[in-house]
Design a protein around this ligand. Structure first.
Ligand code: ZN
Length: 252
């Protein structure tokens, strides 16, 4: 099954077209699928499935982030149908991006740690109907880049400062880390979005995105080293993703 191109596929093509030199990623000799950016051998495109969701996402991506095969932000657009993506500009914020943020159909939230909130900025740790103005759709804004770049994007984008922040509690991220068995813990962009889905009432969709992320990570590792390790792990992760997807359709 091949799904139509999504916002990040289109942004990737645009960003690549305006590049003066080709992007060189680690493992640059690997032949990559131009859609999922994984090594062709580990392409996940035919596995991809979208969920039914009443939530929306917007990725604001730093410079050439969209060109990086390691970027997991694109996984959000793979799974969540209403996902928008733009390249951040310090001086000239994209007009279409601003009009979506201000569209009365949506209530935008910036997913960002509460300690960065500007004065009087609202901070929430979960999203439900009680905090949404009459039937608005939550639009989760994800700042996608390195941590340093994300902080810069937040600080230098005043249009983000009058929106509520969605900030996960320490207990919540710690319990996630524990479940993952991670020690040096930093959330990937797709994992941040998976947590957001969970605190906004769609935990089954959160698990789909999580499973998709795990398959992506494992497929990236295989693609980079190009060893012929048994692909049992990958097929196991493919099954887990398909199972999570089937469950999500049953629960929504
Ligand atoms: Zn692919």
């Amino acid at each position: 099954m091949t799904l139509p191109k999504h916002a990040i596929h289109r942004l990737y093509e645009y960003r690549k077209a305006i590049s003066s030199k080709p992007f060189t990623a680690r493992g640059k000799n690997v032949v990559r699928c131009q859609s999922c950016l994984l090594a062709e051998k580990f392409c996940t495109c035919c596995q991809r499935r979208q969920v039914r969701s009443s939530l929306s996402f917007m990725l604001i991506m730093y410079d050439d982030e969209v060109l990086k095969p390691s970027n997991s932000g694109r996984l959000i657009a793979d799974i969540i149908p209403d996902t928008h993506a733009f390249i951040w500009s310090r001086n000239e914020p994209n007009n279409k991006m601003l009009s979506i943020i201000n569209d009365p159909k949506y209530q935008a939230f910036v997913i960002f740690p509460s300690e960065y909130a500007v004065k009087n900025q609202t901070v929430v740790s979960h999203v439900d109907k009680t905090i949404l103005p009459n039937g608005r759709v939550p639009l989760f804004i994800v700042l996608d880049g390195s941590w340093r770049e994300a902080i810069k994007m937040f600080r230098k984008s005043s249009y983000l400062h009058n929106l509520p922040l969605l900030s996960f509690t320490l207990e919540y991220t710690a319990s996630y880390a524990l479940r993952k068995g991670a020690r040096e813990f930093q959330l990937g962009t797709a994992e941040v979005a998976a947590l957001a889905l969970s605190v906004a009432g769609e935990p089954a969709n959160g698990r789909v995105l999580e499973a998709w992320f795990e398959l992506f990570v494992e497929s990236s590792l295989h693609g980079r080293s190009r060893n012929s390790r048994d692909s049992a792990i990958i097929s196991e992760l493919q099954n887990r993703f398909q199972d999570a997807h089937a469950l999500s359709l049953g629960s929504n």
